[in-house]
Design a protein around this ligand. Structure first.
Ligand code: ZN
Length: 68
């Protein structure tokens, strides 16, 4: 599990307002997560192994299995 660093985003990451784009560490797909639309986070739409969620600490990237 890790958090995006807003001041040091990677080439395959973006975070603007209440939306963030992250590359899935499992399959490589870049997908968008919205704080408004995905209140419980969003799993990678291709493989479902990576989950991105807005938390009080910031944008969290973790394994989807953590929530099962
Ligand atoms: Zn994936």
């Amino acid at each position: 599990m890790r958090f995006l660093d807003k001041n040091n985003l990677g080439d395959d990451e973006d975070w603007y307002g209440n939306s963030a784009a992250v590359r899935c560490y499992a399959c490589g797909k870049v997908f968008l997560t919205s704080q408004v639309l995905h209140r419980k986070g969003r799993a990678c739409p291709r493989c479902g192994k990576c989950r991105v969620m807005f938390t009080k600490r910031g944008v969290e990237v973790s394994e989807a299995a953590d929530q099962l």
